[in-house]
Design a protein around this ligand. Sequence first.
Ligand code: 6PG
Length: 472
Amino acid sequence: MSKAHFGLIGLGVMGENLVLNAERNGFSSVVYNRTFAKTEEFLNGRAKGKNIEGAIDLKEFVEKLDRPRRILMMVKAGNPIDAVIKQISPYLEQGDLLIDGGNSLYSDTERRVSELEKQSFGYIGMGVSGGAKGAYEGPSMMPGGTRSSYDQIESLLQKMAAQVDDGPCVTYIGPGGSGHFVKTVHNGIEYGIEQILSEAYDLMKRGSGDSCKEIAELFAYWNSTEELSSYLVEITQQCLLTKDPLDNTDLVENIMDKAGQKGTGLWTVVSALKLGAAVPTIYASLNARVLSSMKSNRIRAEKILSNPKDGNLEFFKDSQFREYLTDAVVLSTISSYAQGIDILQLASKEHNYDLNMQSIAQIWKGGCIIRSTLLKRIQEAYNNNGSLISLLLDPWFSAQINRRLKGLSLIVSNAALAGIPVPCLSSTLDYLNSYRTSRLPQNLVQAMRDCFGSHGYERLDKEGSFHTDWID
Ligand code: 6PG
C-alpha cells in the first residue's frame, strides 16, 4: 500500500479543516488524535470516501507516511506541543519535518527550531489565519524556520493557501520563530480593528440612537469602499443583523459585554514595548478587553461615578456624523496596520528575520482575518519604497490622514463630552497628533529626570550630554 503524503496531528476544528484542504489538493493524508474515538468519528464522518486514513498511535502514524515526512501539528500552544514533539521524536528519521500550525509564542518556536534541527529534523512554526472556513477553503499561512525546511512544503502550502490576484497567500517569512511572530502581530492588528468597529457601533447606538439594522447599513456601505472593505467589516454587519433564535431580538444585544483573549494580543503589546515600538491603538484594544472583563466592578462604578452629561448628543444626529465616523474608523484602522508593521520592522532588525513587508501585505490580502482592500495599498506602499519609515508617510496614506484628521478629532472630542469611551479612536488621535509633531514636551520630562536623578539631557543647539544643578 502506498504511503501518505501528509500527516496531521490534532483533530480539532482547525486540524480537521486543514487536512481536508490538503486532501482536496491531492495530498493523501494520515491523521492522529490523542483520543482514537475522535479519529474514528472523523474517518466515518467528514473524511469518509476521501484519501485520508487514521492511525491508532504515533508509531503507526509515522510508519504510514512517505519520507521525508511532513507532519502538521494542530494542538494547543505551549506544553502540549512540547509533549507531542517528545512523543513523536523517537519514530522520526533524518530530514523529517514537523510543522506547528497553532498560535505558539514565537520564542518557544525559536527554541524548538534549534533543538529539532540539532537532531537533523526540520521544524517550521507556521501562523495560520482564517478560522475554520479559511482552513478548509484556503487560509493565509505564515511559515517560519529554516529555508530548506520550507522548500520541502512549499508546493503543498501554495496549493492549500487562499489565492489572490497576485498569487497564493503563503510565503517563506524568515528564520526561527518569525512565522509565529508575524502571526502574533497579525492578531494584534485584529484586536485593534475589532475594537475600532465596536466603538463605532457604540457611538451609533448610544450617541445617535441607531438600531442594529441601521448600524449594519453603514457597515455595508463601508464594505463597499476602498478604505474599509474587509472581512471584519463584512462579518460585523452580519453579526449586527443576526436575530436571537430565542426571541427574535438582535442577538448581539443579548451577548455579555466581556471580551476574552487567548494571549496573542498580549504578546503583541509586550513585544512592542520591549522592542520600543509605539502601538497605542493596539494597546488600547487590549486594555479595552481587560476593562470589559471587569463587569461586576463596572456595574458598581456606574452607580457611583457619574457621567458629566455636558455633551450635546445633537452632534451624533447631525447629517455629517457618519462621514466623521468614517474618517475616525479609517484612520484608526490605518493606524492599527501601521503600528503592527512598526513592530515587524523593529523585530526584523532585532532578531535578524529579514522580513519583507511587501510580501507580508501580499499574503494578508486573502484568507486571513485582517484581509482588506487596504492591504493592496500597503503592499504598493512597500513596493514603491522598501525603506519607508512608517506607513503613515506613504503619499496615499498621508493624504488620508490629512483629509480625515478633523473628522477623527470631532468624533473623539464629542464622544468625550458625551461620556462614551472610545479607547482605540482616542488613542489613534493622540498617536497621529504626536507623530506629526516635531516638537513634543519631552524636553520637560528630560529636565525633571535630570533634576531629581542627574540623568543628563541632550541640547538642541549642541552635541553632548549635559547636566544642570536645578535646585539651589
Ligand atoms: C485567525 C485568528 C485566530 C483566533 C485568535 C483570536 O487569524 O484565524 O487570529 O488565530 O481567532 O486566536 O484570538 P483571541 O481569542 O485572543 O481573540
